[in-house]
Write a protein that binds this ligand. Structure first.
Ligand code: MBD
Ligand code: FE
Length: 283
């Protein structure tokens, strides 16, 4: 295949993200919501839309352009991307109000379940010639009382040195830079990977077109995604960023928090090493 045929497209990653989301969902969630709840939330949402239309005196031309654009969001499979970039941080903010333990962040559209199971000291699956600064990511999982959580799982995934995620870019092998690490007796883990690049929202899809039309940049700062879980503990979905990283103060997805910034140190031979501990609260 030529480079052009292999290049990730917005429509390609959108379709994959839509498919991954569908596969992750239990059936019947909408049916179990009471009419009172649906009415309250939808009314608040519509009130917000009507208010924006009146305040900004939105014209028919603009209304029809918005309709056209929304149709394209669906056709491009970009609902997961659009919602996770612009909306999920507010849902996570609400969820985090009842969460003690380590800080969480948004899941985003590129999680895939059932990745390679790895021991406490492991290297994430990567290509033999994987580009990027090697990074050792180590730490310990403890409970609210400070006791090690033996056998906790770290489900890890991140973009490569060009900002692409395996499973959502056809040129990358399945499972690249993804893995489920099981911590040791002491809740400790030490994972070798590479430092990811910042992520750019595809500019050739409807989300990218909106960003361009609004004059907003399409970037997320470089980040690691994690779900940390253990039996009888509330799982933590989070992201870790890199001190001094570009876009850290202007994440397009609004998903950074000061507690989630790593400060990797030189570890010899051009490698970096960073430690981060997690605290899980009881379920
Ligand atoms: C990402 O990599 C991501 O983490 C989020 C939340 C949205 C788009 C791309
Ligand atoms: Fe991401």
């Amino acid at each position: 295949m030529t480079r052009t045929e292999q290049s990730p497209t917005a429509a390609g990653s959108g379709a994959s993200a839509t498919q991954a989301f569908r596969a992750s969902q239990p059936q019947g969630t909408a049916e179990s919501t009471s009419p009172e709840r649906v009415s309250a939330v939808v009314k608040a949402l519509l009130d917000g839309v009507h208010e924006a239309i009146r305040t900004e005196q939105v014209t028919y031309t603009e209304f029809q352009a918005a309709k056209q654009w929304l149709i394209e969001v669906g056709e491009g499979g970009e609902w997961p991307l659009l919602l996770d970039v612009f909306v999920e941080h507010a849902v996570e903010d609400v969820a985090s109000r009842t969460q003690r333990g380590s800080k969480g962040s948004i899941l985003g559209p590129y999680y895939l379940p059932d990745q390679a199971k790895l021991p406490a000291e492991a290297t994430l699956p990567m290509r033999p010639d994987e580009k990027g600064t090697p990074l050792v990511f180590a730490g310990q999982v403890r409970d609210a009382a400070g006791r090690p959580v033996s056998g906790a799982e770290l489900d890890l995934w991140h973009a490569d040195d060009e900002g692409y995620y395996s499973g959502f870019a056809p040129h990358l092998p399945e499972g690249n830079l993804r893995g489920v690490v099981t911590a040791d007796e002491q809740g400790r883990f030490e994972v070798i990977t590479i430092q990811p690049a910042p992520y750019q929202i595809p500019t050739d899809g409807p989300t990218g077109k909106l960003l361009e039309a609004a004059g907003w940049h399409p970037w997320r700062p470089a980040h690691l995604h994690l779900i940390v879980r253990a039996p009888e503990h509330r799982p933590i979905t989070t992201q870790l960023y890199f001190e001094g990283g570009q876009w850290l103060d202007s994440d397009v997805a609004g998903a950074t928090k000061p507690e989630l910034v790593l400060n990797p140190q030189p570890h010899g031979d051009g490698w970096l090493r960073s430690e981060y501990d997690f605290v899980l609260e009881p379920e």
